[in-house]
Design a protein around this ligand. Structure first.
Ligand SMILES: [Zn+2]
Ligand SMILES: [Zn+2]
Length: 381
């Protein structure tokens, strides 16, 4: 959309909100500090609590669960994400996911609502400050989400829910623990400061994660992987992996990748509150990585007019054997798991057998004592 400056319509509500919240946060910090002293442990705890509740509601809830359907979640978690996602003040699930699905469908093009090809500031927050008629109220790509009663309720009451979970709740928590001064501390740290951090953390994924970093999996679009961004944004910084394998519930697929959103999903899956976690098969990931590495290295050689055709043949063979190897490992692991299951089944049977023997011993002991008592009574009679 190549509109000229004069045709740009400003979204005043969003503009005032995004400009005024950092100012209020800084003013709040100064006033809170000067009236009630330096922030203490309580302010820090409230900040972390609401930073995680609202931040994870965006990264796990809005993004990986609702936008990508990378797993399923029970209704208490859907409600949690709806309430605290509203507190992140990034609009309703329906609006956010509609934009995000458009972003993935048309990355970097004019149909991408926050296309990074229009520069850092546009993709960071510029797109929120203007009216984009073509994306407004067209929710045809989120019909699945409109089926949920909780999500429809959140959409209808988004500002009310946001005001409660993002502003009133941190102040109330502070008040209940430490009175009026802590209520102000809670409002400033858990409300305003936290809001600015969560806002710009999310915005950085649309801007920085499409500008700086590496592309180990694909060069099809501008998405990049960055450890530093992942560290700041609950794991969302592995954005090149995410754009390449968007159905995966993980963004950092290796166990050591810093991805708290993945760990959160894993914990709730163990508690049986999440299910059907989608994972890209390892052979697909490794082949994508191999192809990218080969492409980059081959390009370097080609730029020096070195013939790469012999390497192309080699990499074809390696790709085949690599895929076969990883597939075999996958199969063998499954068999091993199965064998372990059988082993534990036999252990369980063994325990039942031992318990039966134990009961038998107790029964025989009872008989023995009865006999002894009878003999004793016989002797004593
Ligand atoms: Zn996504
Ligand atoms: Zn992206």
């Amino acid at each position: 959309m190549a509109e000229n400056v004069s045709s740009v319509k400003v979204n005043w509500l969003n503009t005032i909100f995004l400009v005024i919240t950092p100012i209020l946060a800084v003013l709040g910090l100064i006033l809170d500090w000067s009236y009630f002293g330096a922030p203490g442990l309580l302010e820090f705890v409230i900040f972390i609590l609401f930073y995680y509740a609202c931040g994870l509601s965006i990264t796990v809830g809005y993004h990986r669960l609702f936008s990508h359907r990378s797993h399923e979640a029970s209704w208490p978690l859907v409600l949690f994400y709806s309430i605290f996602g509203a507190g992140a003040f990034q609009n309703s699930i329906i609006e956010w996911c509609s934009d995000h699905r458009n972003h993935h469908k048309s990355t970097d093009s004019d149909d991408d609502p926050y296309s990074a090809s229009r520069g850092f500031w546009y993709s960071h927050m510029g797109w929120i400050l203007i009216e984009q008629d073509k994306f407004q109220n067209d929710f045809s790509n989120v019909k699945d989400l409109e089926q949920s009663k909780i999500i429809r309720w959140q959409h209808r009451n988004i500002f009310l829910i946001g005001a409660f979970s993002g502003i009133i709740a941190p102040a109330l928590l502070g008040y209940l623990i430490g009175g009026v001064s802590s209520a102000i501390g809670g409002l400033v740290w858990g409300g305003l400061v936290r809001l600015v951090f969560v806002h710009h953390g999310t915005f950085l994924i649309n801007s920085a994660a499409h500008i700086w970093g590496t592309q180990p999996y694909s060069e099809e679009n501008s998405s990049k992987d960055s450890f530093w961004l992942a560290f700041l944004t609950f794991g969302e910084g592995y954005h090149n992996f995410h754009h390449t394998f968007q159905a995966d519930y993980r963004n950092g697929h290796k166990w050591y990748h810093v991805d708290p959103s993945k760990w959160w999903i894993g914990i709730f899956s163990m508690l049986r509150l999440k299910s059907n976690l989608k994972k890209t098969p390892k052979h697909s990931i490794e082949v994508a990585k191999l192809d990218m590495k080969f492409k980059k290295t081959a390009n370097k050689l080609s730029s020096k007019n070195i013939d790469v055709s012999i390497f192309e043949k080699q990499v074809d063979n390696y790709r085949k054997s690599m895929r076969a190897c990883l597939f075999e490992i996958h199969k063998a692991r499954k068999e091993l798991k199965e064998a372990m299951k059988n082993q534990s089944e036999s252990i369980r049977e063994k325990i039942v057998e031992i318990k039966l023997s134990y009961k038998q011993i107790k029964d025989e002991l009872r008989i023995m004592f009865k006999e002894m008592n009878q003999q004793y009574r016989g002797i004593s009679v």
